[in-house]
Each structure stands twice: as C-alpha cells, then as structure tokens.
Ligand binder design. Structure first.
Ligand SMILES: Nc1nc2c(ncn2[C@@H]2O[C@H](COP(=O)(O)OP(=O)(O)OP(=O)(O)O)[C@@H](O)[C@H]2O)c(=O)[nH]1
Ligand SMILES: [Zn+2]
Length: 310
C-alpha cells in the first residue's frame, strides 16, 4: 500500500506525489467513479429511474491510497473548494491591491465571509503598497489592524520591488494554498515573485506535469516548501447567494463577542438597543464591518426575493 497527495487529474489519470518524493500516474478504481443511485418508479415497477448521481471520485488535494496500482480510496477531506476544484485547502491568500483597483473594505468583507463559509483560513495580502504615500499606508495599516485583532494574518507586499515576499513564503510553508482576490489585484505578479518562474497564466507547470499544450487547463497543485500552491486562482467575483440571512452574523466573527438582548434579532441598522449596533457606536466593532454586514444582508434578501418571487 502506498499513499500520496493528488497533484493533478487529467483524462482520468491522476498524478500522485508519494511519500518518498516520486510522482506516479495512476487511475482510480471503478467504484470511485460516478455512482448512480436508483429509485423504482411506482407506476411501472420494472423501470428504474436515476434518483441522484453521487460524485465520489478523488480530486486534486486528496490523499489517495494506492493498492495494486490504482487509487483504492482517499482519506477523509477537511474541506473542498469548488472553484478551483481542490480538496483539503488550508488557506486562501486573499490578494487585495492597496490601490488600482481601489481598496474596498466591502469587497474584503465579502471575500472573508465566503472563505469562512467554506471552512478555510484566509490570509490577507495587501499588494501594490508602493502605490501609497506614507500617510495613506499608515491609514490603511491602522484600519487593517482591526482584522489582525480578529485573528487574521495581514501581509503587505510590493511584488515589483520584492518587498514583503519572504513573509509570504513563510506563510506558504507546509500548507495547501490557493490564491484569490479581485481581478488585477496582483496575484500572478505576487506568485511569480515568491516562486520565480511560477506563472498562473502560462502552461509551464502543465508541461512539466506532462500534459499536452492544447489540453484544457486543469487545476494542479505545485509542491512548494513542504506544502502546495494551487495554480489556478480561486473566485475573483462572488456574491452572497450561498449564504442565508440567518447565518450571516455568525460569519462576521467579530460580532460573536457581543450579546444582543433581543431574541431573533437580525442586528441590522435601525434596531434600537441592538447589542451589535451599540458595540459599533462605542467603537468596539469597526463601523465599515457593520456597513458591510447591512449591505450583504440586504443583498441576500434581494436575491432570495428574486429567486422565489415572494
Ligand atoms: N506597482 C505595482 N504594480 C503591481 C504589483 N503587483 C502587480 N502589479 C501590476 O498590477 C497589474 C495586475 O497584476 P496581475 O498580477 O496580472 O494581477 P492578477 O490578480 O493576477 O489579475 P487577474 O489575472 O486579472 O486576476 C499588472 O500590471 C502588474 O504589473 C505591485 O506590487 N506593485
Ligand atoms: Zn441585535
């Protein structure tokens, strides 16, 4: 029996990094492919109808257990991302430009909520700090210290002049990491500064892994400092659709330390005496966090109204 991390899947063939450092190409056993569940149609008992299709196949990021030259099963997953399709992601490097595009606290909060919902740890990386003057940098840093107090790592980089890059390398050590963030935030530039030669945009890795030039681009993990980096960035655009209004407050982890005397309070603006609102007024919760919460709450209501026409 051998065990290893799945780096890539292409045309049913898995590239697996074994514990001894070698990479092998294997297929998965038939039982790990799509599994169909049937139900009997009541009107015509002879006919079976497909009830559901369960996807039980190993994916990139899984630890596959290999027996007789095939992946027999994979170890229990810690989490799974859909875009990119990777299991067991430890952290998302959330790359946000200090400027160009302008820094948006709302967008940062929206990304954070989505990452927490997936049970993944975010690391906030502020790029293009060379574009700020000293005052602007100081102001942004002091506002972001609130996020550090929430327990998140916040790193500052200038990928053009190699500043802060070693800190990013340290964060990547031993972890499975995916980069995410707005378009134009500087994800590719950052990763190329961290791992010279790495490019999210070219097919270098694809070729190194033996894939043809013209095959469709699949997600791969690239081994780095005892961990792995996903070569396709995660969501760059997102919304609140997968989040219910009742769980939103729990995803604003800084709200958790405050109690609200009202039962079933949704903590939105305009509710007098709401404990969260009071914490904002006494500067314990950052006002922009509360504004983000209210905006997302409204967005969720709007989306659900539109979908279900009530
Ligand atoms: N001045 C400065 N410019 C940067 C920095 N990082 C990236 N840029 C520039 O910002 C632009 C966008 O950078 P990319 O690395 O392509 O951004 P990206 O996040 O990969 O963008 P998408 O592929 O659209 O998601 C490029 O013109 C980069 O040269 C930085 O630290 N400082
Ligand atoms: Zn409340």
């Amino acid at each position: 029996m051998q065990k290893g991390r799945i780096l890539n899947l292409c045309g049913g063939v898995y590239k697996v990094l074994l514990e001894d450092g070698s990479i092998i190409s294997v297929k998965a056993r038939g039982k790990l492919r799509y599994e169909k569940k049937y139900m009997v149609n009541e009107k015509s008992l002879s006919k079976k109808e497909v009830l559901t299709t369960v996807k039980n196949t190993p994916k990139v990021g899984d630890v596959g257990v290999i027996e007789n030259g095939m992946i027999d099963h994979y170890l229990e997953r810690k989490n799974e991302m859909v875009r990119p399709d990777i299991a067991n992601v430890d952290q998302i490097l959330l790359v946000f430009a200090a400027k160009e595009p302008d820094f948006s606290f709302y967008l940062l909060d929206l990304f954070l909520v989505n990452i927490l919902k997936q049970n993944i740890t975010p690391v906030i990386v502020i790029s293009k700090i060379d574009k700020l003057n000293d005052n602007e940098f100081f102001e942004l840093k002091s506002k972001l210290s609130y996020y550090e107090n929430m327990g998140y790592k916040v790193l500052y980089v200038d990928s053009k002049h190699n500043k802060g890059i070693d800190d990013v390398r340290e964060v990547l050590r031993g972890k499975i990491t995916v980069l995410s963030g707005q378009t134009g935030a500087g994800k590719s530039t950052l990763i190329n500064a961290v791992v010279p030669g790495f490019s999210l945009k070219t097919q270098e890795i694809s070729q190194a892994l033996g894939r043809g030039k013209h095959t469709t681009r699949e997600t791969s993990l690239y081994p780095y400092l005892g961990g792995f980096i996903g070569d396709t960035p995660g969501f760059s655009k997102l919304d609140v659709l997968g989040i219910s209004k009742d769980e939103l407050a729990s995803l604003f982890i800084d709200f958790n330390g405050y109690t609200c005397k009202f039962r079933d309070c949704n903590h939105t603006e305009g509710i007098k005496g709401c404990g969260i609102h009071l914490a904002v007024d006494s500067n314990k919760i950052l006002r922009s966090r509360y504004e983000s919460y209210n905006k997302m709450y409204k967005e969720i209501l709007k989306k659900w109204k539109y979908l279900y026409q009530y």
